[in-house]
Design a protein around this ligand. Structure first.
Ligand code: SF4
Length: 393
């Protein structure tokens, strides 16, 4: 079985991008305090309805996060929201809190996925959650692929594991550094990523050392076959708060790789090198395989200041294509006539062009673009609507 590719959708636009680039499922949150990314834009009920419609048309599943830890006052508001989620037929909810699991089980039949926030790391824990009606477990990032395989064989539960993206240096969110440094609760959607700040350790007023607690980013591309052998049902890309360039690029790379595995072919070194080149073009810290093979260690710490590297900026999305005539680009960031830009097609390598000329929609020729506007450029084959347009930063 080839695992499903589960991509983040911070808002409706990002959802359309990751679906176009090959996600089999998306996870997203509503505009309430029930999920763990309060700073992400999230979805109104109307947007959620549209999201489910778009996804189900393309056979893509929608999982809604309800993985905050709830107090009594908040949990009382949940049934109304569950009624709504049931009515629009979301495919599952992602939950951390045992009380929420119990409430959902007694109230409706939406499938429950256990959030990584619950730090399920062992077989006894997995069996317990199974007995409470959980259908899928998002394992803690501390679990190795060998351990995951044993849990899968013993429980036959659907297991989901992270495959790519930022990592928490604590047991997935079970940390209060953010609460104490920023007054923002990481277990209730407010993590300020305080572990990524630079700290100085002093002894009697004398600086001893700079301290870094930030983790490198997870990179599971080279281990896709191992995830498959371990029987993992779903591979999750982190990043509901990241932009469309990030979400689209990572989804494209992993979707292409999984497709090759699905065809029973090998991921050659050449292919891996090409994909790694693509991945370098989006913002990232140094990469690590964290605990997937061996326990994460000093090697997994990101010792630099929080300036993750980014080679490219997204400057637009393709809004329309008129074959053999022109492409319409919805501009996100200014670019000029004569600039070298790249298009990221849904399949295959990126395509470069130097813009020979550009026009507004009324055919006035222009030398530069304005964010928020539309421009036409000459037609380029194999480019589709919602393809990302990027430019070297
Ligand atoms: S501050 Fe860092 S370690 Fe703490 S929850 Fe946030 S990401 Fe995790």
């Amino acid at each position: 079985m080839t695992p499903e590719l589960l991509a983040p959708a911070g808002n409706l636009e990002k959802l359309k991008v990751v679906v176009s680039y090959g996600a089999n499922a998306v996870y997203l949150g509503g505009k309430n305090q029930f999920g763990l990314r309060a700073a992400s834009e999230n979805f109104t009920e109307e947007e959620l309805l549209e999201a489910v419609h778009i996804c189900h048309q393309k056979n893509v599943k929608v999982y809604v996060v309800l993985n905050s830890f709830f107090h009594d006052k908040e949990i009382q508001k949940l049934p109304l929201y569950l009624d709504f989620l049931s009515s629009i037929e979301v495919d599952a909810v992602i939950v951390s809190d045992l009380g929420v699991v119990e409430l959902i089980r007694s109230y409706c039949s939406i499938p429950i996925h256990l959030s990584t926030q619950s730090s399920c790391l062992n077989l006894y824990s997995a069996q317990f959650w199974k007995s409470r009606g959980v259908e899928r477990i998002v394992l803690g990032r501390e679990v190795s692929l060998d351990e995951a395989k044993r849990i899968r064989e013993a429980t036959n539960l659907e297991l989901e594991m992270f495959v790519h993206g930022s990592m928490c240096m604590a047991y997935s969110g079970n940390c209060v550094i953010s609460n104490y440094t920023s007054g923002r609760d990481s277990n209730r959607g407010g993590c300020a990523h305080s572990c990524r700040f630079e700290y100085e350790l002093e002894d009697n007023g004398k600086k001893v050392t700079d301290t870094f607690m930030s983790s490198k980013d997870l990179f599971g591309l080279r281990l896709l076959k191992d995830y498959q052998k371990a029987g993992i049902s779903s591979l999750k890309i982190e990043g509901r708060m990241k932009g469309p360039l990030y979400a689209g690029t990572i989804t494209k790379v992993y979707a292409e790789a999984l497709k090759i595995l699905d065809q029973g072919k090998e991921l050659t070194q050449d292919l891996i090198n090409q994909w790694e080149d693509e991945l370098k073009k989006v913002s990232h810290r140094d990469y690590t395989e964290a605990s997937l093979l061996n326990k994460a260690s000093e090697e997994s710490i990101y010792h630099q200041r929080e300036e993750s590297s980014r080679e490219f900026d997204v400057v637009g999305l393709v809004a329309d294509v008129v074959e053999d005539e022109f492409l319409v680009i919805e501009v996100r960031k200014k670019f000029n006539k004569g600039d070298r830009i790249e298009f990221l097609p849904f399949r295959g390598p990126h395509q470069e062009t130097i813009i020979p000329n550009m026009y507004l929609m009324d055919d006035t020729e222009v030398d530069f673009t304005n964010p928020g506007g539309l421009v036409k450029i000459p037609y380029i084959p194999n480019i589709g609507i919602n393809n990302i347009v990027r430019k070297r930063a």
